[in-house]
Design a protein. Structure first.
Lengths: 332, 354, 545
């Protein structure tokens, strides 16, 4: 199978999954107890007004009509209207995306910066104190619920020591970029400082599990590679040890590590939801939780669709990259 | 099913690994704590003492001079819309009666951790079993029949995988609400535990039911079965090509019989290893749902962390202690998982943390 | 964990809906004599046009800008003042929009955009004279057409949209301009004795041409009112920034820039207050009060609210069909300890459905004392010894709701002959059950809160305890007839009848009587401001200390 055929097949599969996701999400509303009209209207409202609102929302249409209305708008970015604010769901979700993305990216950066060197050190100094330290850290890291870690970080670093703010995102990268475009570099620098100050604890909270995971993977991958014949051959050829380790071995170790990072994106987004809840970080997770509490189903549905579709697209992208880098393995 | 060689491998790995021993010890301890909660818990998890709320754990007594609101008949005194305060010296003393302190309603934190283990272990075990049941059924069918069945089931699995499990779980529990099933606690109902407690002088009145968080169990299974399906499918795909399976089918063995007799036993090892890791993942998932207030569980580690959050500036121990319980339990399970994986090397992956 | 009231509406739908429904009920059956009295009294103090100044004075030569940030539990759901039912939204939009009437901090009625209000003799109608020289934020002058339009926009679904506030003006049929005069006539469908009360609490006046010239979406993102602050910027879910309107019809506000933000976690709000990131925060939970008090620059402000928290017990199911059992439940709990230790004193014990500030409160009734022996004995006598009961409770809806429920169930569970547990409920589904048409569909035992902005005990009892009440769990002929009797009385007579009804409720115990909720705020010490009992935060009343 050629690369282009593989990509076409993968995209078709992706489309099918996206359709499935949308259908599942559409179905969610019908398994929820309670009348959606009760979310909108005070309970003692005039029955005529109630009927009118129900008609306005299309809640009295036959199922297939509702389904078509739901699904046909999505390609054009129409996710319906929020029951509570009656504004378009799509715009609410889109305005929340930057906050979640920057949190996820910051956490990934934290994880990669700490984990890969840690994994390398751990593997190259096997059975030394550094290795034990890294092993214990990664074990504890993958076993700690991140919401509790967040609560503890707030408790110690924010409440007791007052080193960091407990929550909130007064400015985002999007806001900082706008300042840069305005040419107000001083304000942009201030904004960046504020942003870093606020994102530190959430990023550590979200990133710890991944740091631990990647440390583990890097260590075991590295150990695996170091034992291979080509390493011994290179050493025998008299290549400097650092070159052997960091050029050849690390490169070969990183390919599976990066794949796993791609695979764990779902966990990252899930983790972001609860991290946002702990730090009142105004992203998709907060939106999802608020929409459940307010029983604002369209917003919940829209957020789920955006998360799931985004996840599918990223996976296709990762697969394509992987296929490009590593043609012989990729196509199943 | 589990061959002698397998057992030999497990033994050898256990002898070699100190961490595996710790893991087994921790898991046994937590499970025992959950089972025998009505015997060992110092108090009932719900037993309150409002006058003794927020007592610190042993070693953390404090004495502070601070502004305290003036009280009259239980209520604060308000003048001109402002709260009247006075300076007082306030003592908060720890006591052996509550070694880990008390929470906002004066309930014993140690007792709540012991009883919380029940919720975690129950959800972990039942959730994993249900997930394994669904997943293995789907996976074996897909792998055994291949073709359209495989395509259909695996695309279904892809759809499930497109949702981050925590997000989907939150949405499902949020939408469904919480259904709980109280089941009688055999130790309490039979009178054994109360008799034991009065014999050694512990307080009685332990809860006579165990609350099974039904929705949560179903939901964690629904969002985690896919991992089992993948593993089972992979095993089925390879095993169905084995000569003896082909032979059995050629001899006219029914599909069900073939799967049960030949395919399932061979798939059991990787499924067991996966299940161990999944118990840990599901315990984390349950605690996250409880933390967000979606599980409806009244005694749960995650929920107690959330309850304690409001006291983070004045009583740190309320949210700290149950979190430690989660970490220790999950570390134990992960160590056992590592041990099984190293010993059996099934080569599987599965979504982990929260 | 979220704190009290942090979700969709600080006033629950329940409260609003119930208040409105109950008002409607009252409108149907009272002669309304006492309302007239209030009107005359109010007129005497407020009819001199434009003369009434509020307590605040603007510092003349203040050099530093006086900016205030208010952090609530959640952001407004939109800025259309007539398209929402939530206190957080109300608190924001009321700074930009005025009503024809308003209330002061103590709840007394005052004039606003109307200079005079009176009943029109011989008709079921009232008249508002509109203040002259008032301008909207876009510089255009307020006309009686704008006022009539605003009223019709709420009560008439054919005018622009079906407003969710139509029942707040229950009994109001339409409004029209009185030809040739700067006045508006409001037609009522009946006598509507509470019409002025309604206008004092509700109805924000908008500009007709602005509403008609803009889309619905634009109106919910922008504001153009006559209020003391005009909108600078609005970022949905993040912040609303308002600035002082210099051409306000009273003295311009002391506050120059007013910003609203939200943080759903109480501890987060407190941290922001302590770090100086905000100046006023809502719903400071008891455990955070010390932190605010012991911080140098902040203090706690509080006021008893109009909300009562109670446990309803359905009179028609075992074991709650026994009066003795219900009384036992009240004796079983140590209410003083719950108020002091769970609520940190930020609540008052109640002994009856009517709060002390309300019409109909009976001062002679004391809360049930804590007497577990008596409770045990009453349970025995009720014949329901060994009962197992389950308390349905919302979580994070009211101040310490779950903790109160756990405490109540904990005390009852300590009785040797009853076992009690708590069941946490999703608020939405709990409300669904409570609002189900018939008593049979309601939970047997539940905790709920009820606020009544009109300060009337009759409305509370009608909605919650009369046979036909919106949320009732009780049916008692004597009680019903007392309420009916009160419906045909006024003044002291009515008060006495309502007091009698309260006595009956106290003895029959349809509820476990719990607490009156307090509104608790954290305030920066540099700001002079008093908490109000109606949950509003009025930045116009703020000044520098």
């Amino acid at each position: 199978m050629s690369l282009s055929r593989f990509l076409i097949k993968r995209s078709l599969q992706g489309l099918f999954v996206i359709w499935g996701v949308i259908t599942v999400v559409f179905g969610l509303r019908f398994i929820s107890p309670g009348d959606p009209a009760n979310v909108l209207l005070p309970p003692d409202v005039d029955p005529e007004v109630r009927a009118q609102v129900i008609a306005e929302l299309g809640l009295n249409e036959p199922l297939y009509v509702q389904y078509w209305e739901f699904i046909s708008g999505i390609p054009f970015g129409d996710l319906g209207l929020s029951l509570v604010t009656r504004t378009p769901v799509a715009s609410r979700v889109v305005t929340k995306l930057p906050a979640t993305l920057e949190l996820a990216i910051a956490a990934t950066i934290v994880a990669v910066i700490i984990a890969i060197p840690l994994g390398v050190v751990s593997a190259t100094r096997r059975h030394e104190p550094a290795d034990y330290g890294a092993t214990v850290f990664s074990l504890v890291g993958i076993s700690t619920p991140n919401f509790w870690l967040g609560v503890m970080l707030i408790l110690v670093l924010a409440v007791q020591l007052n080193l960091f703010p407990t929550s909130q995102r007064p400015i985002g990268i999007d806001g900082i970029l706008l300042l840069v475009l305005d040419g107000d570099l001083g304000a942009a620098a201030d904004g960046l400082g504020t942003w870093l100050w606020h994102i530190t604890l959430p990023a550590i909270t979200l990133g710890t599990y991944f740091t631990a995971l990647i440390t583990r993977l890097t260590r075991s991958g590295m150990l695996d590679q170091l034992g291979r014949t080509y390493v011994r051959a290179s050493r025998a050829k008299g290549l400097p040890e650092t070159l052997v380790r960091y050029k050849h071995v690390l490169r070969n170790t990183l390919i599976p590590v990066i794949t796993v990072i791609g695979l764990q994106l779902g966990t990252l987004i899930g983790g972001a939801v609860i991290t946002e809840a702990v730090f009142a970080w105004p992203g998709l997770g907060t939106l999802i939780i608020n929409s459940i509490n307010a029983r604002d189903w369209p917003v919940l549905q829209g957020s789920l669709i955006v998360v799931a579709v985004g996840f599918v697209l990223v996976n296709i992208l990762v697969d394509a990259l992987y296929a490009y880098v590593n043609p012989q393995v990729a196509y199943d | 099913m589990i061959s002698e060689r397998t057992i030999r491998n497990l033994r050898r790995e256990l002898n070699r690994s100190f961490l595996a021993k710790i893991g087994i010890a921790v898991v046994v301890l937590i499970v025992a704590m959950a089972i025998f909660a009505p015997f060992i818990s110092p108090y009932s998890p719900g037993q309150q003492n409002l006058e003794n709320a927020r007592q610190p754990p042993l070693g953390f007594s404090t004495k502070e001079t601070k502004e305290v609101t003036k009280m009259d008949n239980g209520s604060v005194v308000i003048e001109d819309g402002q709260v009247v305060t006075e300076t007082q010296t306030v003592y908060t003393n720890a006591s052996v009666a509550h070694p880990l302190g008390t929470d906002g309603n004066g309930r014993d934190i140690l007792s709540r951790i012991i009883y919380g283990a029940r919720t975690s272990i129950l959800v972990g075990l039942f959730g994993t079993s249900l997930a394994a049941l669904i997943g293995v059924l789907v996976g074996l069918s897909a792998g055994f029949y291949r073709g359209r069945v495989d395509d259909l089931l695996m695309r279904g699995a892809d759809i499930m995988l497109a949702f981050p499990s925590l997000v989907l779980a939150i949405a499902l529990v949020g939408v469904w609400g919480q259904a709980q099933a109280p089941i009688p606690d055999p130790f309490v109902v039979s009178g054994i535990a109360p008799a034991f407690r009065s014999a050694i002088g512990l307080s009685t009145g332990m809860p006579d039911t165990i609350v099974l968080p039904g929705t949560v169990i179903v939901v964690v299974a629904l969002v985690n079965w896919v991992w089992f399906a993948r593993v089972a499918r992979g095993e089925a795909l390879s095993i169905r090509e084995e000569e003896y399976v082909k032979a059995a089918r050629a001899l006219g063995a029914s599909d069900g019989r073939t799967v049960l007799r030949h395919v399932l036993p061979n798939a059991i090892t990787p499924i067991l290893v996966l299940a161990t890791i999944q118990v840990a993942a599901i315990i984390l998932l349950e605690s996250a749902l409880s933390f967000l207030g979606f599980s409806g569980a009244d005694v749960s580690w995650g929920f107690d962390i959330a309850l304690g959050r409001q006291y983070q500036s004045t009583a740190w121990w309320i949210s700290t202690m149950p979190g430690l319980a989660i970490v220790v339990t999950v570390i134990g399970l992960n160590l056992v998982g590592d041990w099984l994986r190293d010993a059996l090397d099934p080569g599987i992956e599965g979504e982990g943390g929260v | 964990m979220t704190d009290s009231n942090s979700h969709i509406g600080r006033r629950s739908y329940l409260k609003l809906a119930g208040g409105a429904a109950a008002s409607a009920a009252l409108a149907g059956c009272t002669g309304g004599g006492d309302e007239e009295e209030t009107t005359t009294a109010a007129e005497e103090t407020t009819t001199e046009t434009g003369g009434e100044e509020t307590t605040t004075s603007t510092p003349e030569e203040s050099t530093e800008p006086f900016n205030v940030t208010i952090t609530q539990g959640q952001m407004p759901s939109g800025l259309d003042p007539q398209d929402h039912r939530e206190t957080p939204t109300d608190i924001v939009v009321l700074h930009a929009y005025d009503g024809v009437l308003t209330r002061d901090a103590t709840g007394a009625m005052q004039t606003a955009l109307a200079t005079n209000y009176e009943r029109i003799e011989g008709e079921n109608a009232v008249r508002f004279d509109i203040r002259e020289g008032v301008t909207f934020h876009n510089g255009e002058e307020l006309t009686p057409e704008d006022v009539a339009f605003s009223i019709n926009r709420v009560v008439d679904e054919d005018v622009s949209f079906a407003s969710p506030q139509s029942d707040q003006l229950a009994g109001v049929a339409s409004a029209e301009v009185i030809e040739g005069e700067n006045a508006v006539k409001v037609n009522n469908s009946s006598l509507n004795p509470i019409v002025f009360s309604e206008f004092a609490t509700y109805l924000d006046v908008m500009q007709q041409s602005w509403v008609e010239g803009n889309s619905k979406a634009f109106i919910s993102q922008n504001m153009n009112g006559t209020g003391p602050f005009k909108l600078d910027s609005y970022t949905e879910d993040e912040e609303v920034v308002l600035s002082r309107y210099e051409d306000y019809w009273k003295e311009p506000a002391a506050v120059e820039t007013l910003t609203f933000r939200a943080a759903s976690e109480a501890s987060t709000r407190v941290n922001q207050l302590l770090q100086g990131e905000t100046d006023v925060i809502v719903n400071v939970p008891p455990q955070e009060v010390q932190r605010v008090n012991n911080n140098e620059n902040t203090r706690v402000a509080a006021a008893p609210s109009t909300r009562i928290i109670y446990n309803a017990m359905r009179y028609d199911v075992e074991p709650f069909d026994s009066v003795k059992f219900r009384q036992a439940m009240n004796y079983a709990i140590d209410l003083e300890s719950i108020v002091q230790n769970v609520l940190g004193g930020f609540g008052a014990q109640t002994s009856q459905p009517t709060l002390p500030e309300f019409v109909g409160h009976n001062e002679d009734l004391d809360p049930y004392p804590y007497d577990p022996e008596m409770a045990e004995q009453l349970v025995e006598e009720s014949g329901y010894a060994g009962a197992e009961i389950e308390l349905n409770t919302p979580v994070g809806r009211y101040l310490k709701d779950l903790e109160i429920s756990q405490a109540v169930a904990g005390y009852i569970d300590e009785l040797p002959n009853v076992s009690a547990s708590v069941r946490q409920r999703d608020f939405g589904s709990l409300v669904d059950e409570l609002l189900a048409g018939s008593i049979e569909e309601r939970p047997h035992w539940f905790l709920i809160g009820w606020g009544e902005a009109t300060f009337d005990g009759g409305l509370v009892m009608t909605a919650l305890l009369s046979s036909e009440g919106l949320l009732t769990t009780w049916q008692n002929e004597e009680f019903d007839s007392l309420l009916e009797q009160a419906g045909n009385q006024s003044g002291d007579e009515r008060d006495a009848t309502l007091q009698e009804a309260n006595t009956l409720a106290h003895e029959e115990c349809p509820w476990i009587f719990l607490n009156q909720q307090f509104s608790v705020y954290g305030v920066n010490d540099s700001i002079a401001w008093e908490a109000r009992s109606d949950e509003r935060i009025d930045a116009y009343d703020m000044s520098l200390k």
